[in-house]
Design a protein around this ligand. Structure first.
Ligand code: HEC
Length: 201
């Protein structure tokens, strides 16, 4: 009798467990990858090919962004803000598809909190060192971080607050109340391009 009761409770418990775990399944798209830091000199042939691919995606996104930003800046910095707020994420998605990777931008001093670093990149980004960094996933995936330095024209929106045009300052304050991306000088490390390359190229 005792053991039957125990069995009943065990079954009930298991049922509740299965039900709750089914209902609380998080919407994560992919399972977490275990990443390990890789030294540039130690990349094997596969990783070297993945590194080339990562650089191509970085260049693709970087050049497209700069071209759109340069064109928009001709009409004034306020006008160009939408290039960074709308075109940057759209281009990142477009280039991710085109190169069959995941590519994006991040920083230690974020303007938009949505641009936070992927989990594997957090430590390196937090350390603020400017050297590129590479990571290998347990399943043969590859990831890279490439530094982004500021050019003079970037300072129209990332320079010292007092040097920004008043209307730029107003739009940034309104749209980015947690903005930490001002006060920079040309040549400063502004952030990183991050790229994740799958095991199969
Ligand atoms: C016209 C204003 C403007 C100019 C010029 C500008 N940025 Fe930005 N930048 C922004 C805005 C606005 C965001 C936030 C974008 C978003 O909402 O995702 C941003 C975000 C970024 C980010 C992503 C990380 C974060 O803080 O959210 C990086 C990296 C960055 N800018 C680098 C640069 C570089 C490098 C240049 C020069 C080539 C530059 N920016 C020029 C306005 C500007």
């Amino acid at each position: 009798m005792k053991s039957q009761t125990l069995l009943m409770w065990t079954k009930l418990g298991l049922g509740v467990f299965l039900l709750s775990s089914a209902c609380s399944r998080s919407p994560k798209a992919e399972p977490a990858i275990l990443w390990k830091s890789l030294a540039a000199a130690d990349l094997n042939a596969q990783q070297a090919a993945q590194q080339t691919k990562a650089e191509q995606a970085r260049d693709g996104l970087g050049k497209a962004l700069l071209a759109e930003l340069t064109a928009a800046l001709e009409q004034g910095a306020v006008h160009a803000i939408t290039v960074c707020s709308e075109r940057a994420p759209a281009l990142a998605e477009e280039k991710s598809k085109a190169f069959a990777v995941r590519v994006g931008r991040t920083s230690l001093s974020l303007r938009n909190p949505d641009n936070g670093a992927p989990e594997w990149a957090k430590q390196h980004v937090g350390a603020g060192q400017a050297a590129p960094a590479y990571f290998g996933g347990a399943g043969g995936e590859f990831a890279a971080l490439y530094p982004i330095r500021l050019m003079p024209q970037c300072l129209q929106c990332h320079g010292k607050v007092d040097d920004l045009a008043p209307e730029v300052r107003d739009v940034l304050a309104k749209n980015y109340p947690q903005d930490r991306a001002t006060g920079f000088a040309a040549g400063d490390l502004r952030g990183w391009f991050w790229v994740e390359v799958p095991a199969k190229l």
